[in-house]
Design a binder for this molecule. Structure first.
Ligand code: NAD
Length: 250
C-alpha cells in the first residue's frame, strides 16, 4: 500500500458522485489517513454519511482567507504534518455557464477565477508549513481550458488559469520537496457539471469519444490521484495528466 501512514487533505467532497470522493476511496485503499474539508453545513451532512468515524472533517470555505487560515491551523493542531492535498473545488454562477462568452459579467468572471483558480494558491500557502518532504498536491482541471467546449465558457478560462497557477506552484513547492500536478478528467456527471447548460449533451459527447464508449469514472480519476499525490510520483512535476479514457485524442 503506497500511501500507508500518509496523511492526505481532501478538499471538495459534495456527495458520493464527487471526484474528490473517488480520490478519497482510492487513497484510503492505499492506506492513507484522510482529513476532509467541506464548504458549508449542507456539504458536511453529506460528507458525514460517507466518512468513517476516525476521519477528521473541517469546514473550509475557500472564498474566505480567514476560513482557510482556521482550517490549516486546526489541521496543524489536530494532525500535525501532512503528506498530500487534493484540491477538487470549482464554482461559477450558473448564468455564466451558457450563451456567449463575451456576455460574461465582471463579477461572474472574478468569482469563477477566485473559487476555481486562486483558491489553489491560497490553500497551498496555508498548507505549506505542514507538508513533509515527498508530499504531493493534485488539482482537478478539464479540457475546456484548451478547447472551446460549448457552454463551459468562464470555467474554461478559470481552468486555464488554474493550470498555469499549478505550474508556478510546482516550481516554488519543488524546492521544499512537494510535487504539484493536475489531472484533466473526462466529463463525469457530478453536482458541479449539472450547472452547465446542456450538461447531458456534454457528457454524452464525451462518453461517445472515449476509446470504448464508456465514460471515465470517479474511481479511475481517484486511482490516478492516489498515485500522483504520493511518493511514487515524486518525479512528475507541473504536469497535466489526462484521465479521460482518450477523449482528448479524438
Ligand atoms: P462536485 O460538485 O462534486 O465538487 C465540487 C466541489 O467544490 C464541491 O464539494 C463544493 O462544495 C466545492 N466548492 C465550491 N465552492 C467552494 C467554496 N467556496 N469553498 C469550498 N469548496 C467549494 O463536482 P466535481 O465534478 O467532483 O468537481 C471537482 C473538481 O473536478 C472541480 O474542480 C471540477 O471543475 C473538476 N472537474 C470535473 C469534471 C467533471 O466532469 N465532473 C471534469 C474535469 C474536472
Amino acid at each position: 500500500m503506497f500511501l500507508d501512514g500518509k496523511k492526505i487533505v481532501i478538499m471538495g467532497v459534495a456527495n458520493n458522485k464527487s471526484i474528490a470522493w473517488g480520490c478519497a476511496t482510492a487513497m484510503k485503499a492505499q492506506g492513507a489517513t484522510l482529513i476532509y474539508t467541506y464548504q458549508n453545513e449542507r456539504m458536511e451532512k453529506q460528507l458525514a454519511k460517507l466518512a468513517e468515524p476516525e476521519d477528521l472533517l473541517i469546514e473550509c470555505d475557500v472564498a474566505s482567507d480567514e476560513s482557510i487560515r482556521r482550517t490549516f491551523e486546526t489541521i496543524k493542531n489536530r494532525v500535525g504534518k501532512i503528506d498530500g492535498l487534493v484540491h477538487a473545488i470549482a464554482f461559477s454562477k450558473k448564468e455564466e455557464l451558457g450563451g456567449n462568452i463575451s456576455d460574461v459579467s465582471r463579477d461572474g468572471y472574478a468569482l469563477a477565477q477566485d473559487i476555481s483558480s486562486f483558491s489553489l494558491l491560497a490553500v497551498a500557502k496555508a498548507a505549506k508549513p505542514l507538508f513533509n518532504p515527498g508530499s504531493g498536491i493534485v488539482t482537478l482541471t478539464y479540457m475546456g481550458s484548451e478547447r472551446a467546449i460549448p457552454n463551459y465558457n468562464v470555467m474554461g478560462i478559470a481552468k486555464a488559469a488554474l493550470e498555469s497557477a499549478m505550474r508556478y506552484l510546482a516550481v516554488e513547492f519543488g524546492k521544499i520537496g512537494v510535487h504539484v500536478n493536475a489531472i484533466s478528467a473526462g466529463a463525469i456527471k457530478t453536482l458541479a457539471v449539472t450547472g452547465i447548460q446542456g450538461s447531458k449533451d456534454l457528457i454524452k459527447l464525451s462518453n461517445d469519444r472515449t476509446v470504448d464508449g464508456d465514460g471515465v469514472t470517479i474511481q479511475e480519476v481517484g486511482e490516478t490521484a492516489a498515485f500522483l499525490v504520493g511518493p511514487l510520483a515524486s518525479g512528475v512535476v507541473g504536469d497535466v495528466i489526462y484521465v479521460d479514457k482518450g477523449v482528448h485524442l479524438t
